[in-house]
Design a protein. Sequence first.
Length: 587
Amino acid sequence: MSKSDRNRNIPTSAAPTSIYWQLFDYIKQHWWLITKAFLCTVGFIGTMPLLAHFLGQAADAIGRGDVPGITRISGVTLVMFVFRGLFQYGQDVLMAEAALNVAMDLRVNVYAHLHTLDVDYFAESRTGDLSYRLTEDIDRIGEVINKFFHQFVPSVLQLVFVLGYMLYLDWLLTLTVLLVAPALAYMIGWFGSKMLDLSRQSQEQVSNLSSLLSEVFSGIRLIRAFNTEAYEINRFRGEARQDRRRKYATERIKAIQWPLVGFLQAAGIIVLFWLAAWQISTGQLSGSDFVAFAAGVLLLIDPIVNTTGVYNEIKQAEASADRIFEIFEIHPSIREKPDAVTLPEITGKVEYKQVSFCYTPDCMVIADISFLAFPGEVIALVGSSGAGKSTLMNLLTRFYEPIAGQILIDGFDIQDVTISSLRQQLAIVPQETILFSGTIAANIAFGQLRYDLKAVEEAAKIANAHDFITSFPDGYLTKVGERGVNLSGGQRQRIAIARAVLFDPKILILDEATSALDAESESLVQEALQRLMQGRTVFVIAHRLATVRNSDRIFVMEQGRIIESGTHQELLEQAGRYAQFHSRQFH
């Protein structure tokens, strides 16, 4: 089974739930807001037939020169417009609030679900694509929900109300209007399906553009160093052309749609006028009734146009909804047991019992490893790249699950405890320190909404970071910039150590924590690490043997196995693989 298969464990036991039903689960949570907005919509649309009626009455009064009648009709119409405006305001603000709430709920749920997925999912996924889904795709869904209730539903109601009034006035003329409707409905449906296909292609292309930008901006130093600006510009130009081509195809479909719909509407109106003229000539229809009927026809144009436009947008949003709910179909391979217990405060005893792990059946990454680390012991893991050192520690943090064997902490199988309680007692100082935009203090107190600044300062002192932090004008409130670009490598690493000090773990993992530092920075970091390691069980992953000489035990790994173990001096005396590594680095 590949990494992708393990992470993208999509259920196949049942057909996937309809996109619309999944959205309905979010919409119904705000049913009271939507109900109030709908009642306002009914009030607003209910004035439409009255407008047509009063227009006919006004035409008749004008024909008779009835000034008092015109005055009365005008007064009633003005009052009606006041209520119409109030209903419209209520519809607009209530529906906007409901749509924004749905978009927020969906965005938070997607974001929360992403945090449950395995780390491999993020290694294989494109950051730009995920960002686009969480922002643009969800915004599009929210906008369409708003338009559906704010424009589509009112337009349908307007069609029903006005058509009912038109039937009351003259059934033959109304039947003529309705004969055009099936052709319009078919045309709208056909164009909608085309819009859906084109929208999916367009959104995928925009996602590609977003991912490309994310890659380029994160690797801008490498691009400058290798003088590949022209290459990147050409690559971007190619993606931009694809984006333009697909958007242009969408606009062409829209451009074809409107003239055809307009032609059908014009043909229907011509036939309508011909029939009306015939009925008036035969005395079957009065002039004022025809004015009211014509006003009704005019009141049908906007809802037809709105339903066409909103339907197109619904089809476009369907592509966004597909991309959003696709994420919910991805499930983590690492899950807590239903009866998982909370890991109590530990001493730091770690035991691996015949642990094996693989990504694929034909490639064993960790093979039958067993060892016992005592509380307070420092264990170093050395070996060439790909030997399995980091993977061995990733099993301890439950980033991966072993396919065989057990990992015990203080006698507790880590698969029997909650992931949260396990990771609360572990800390990692990685080779590449990740800092987040915000203040230095917030980065040291990472994960704490409220923190004690004095405790942060004490942690920074232990990490040899206090002096350089206080040299900044804003001290601990200095903004570090995105990914900590305002700081040197040694400064970032000492902030990471301060973070681990404040976290106060019982088990500490140092993953090549000093490999990328200059001599002066390394000296400060090593001193800080020695303070951090006191009283903890420590696993040190290292290529540079100078950093592991004082370890209590050193495990030499090769092809997923521990092939040698002992102290620095014992391993040198064995004259094996460790001695070869040592010879290469120091001779």
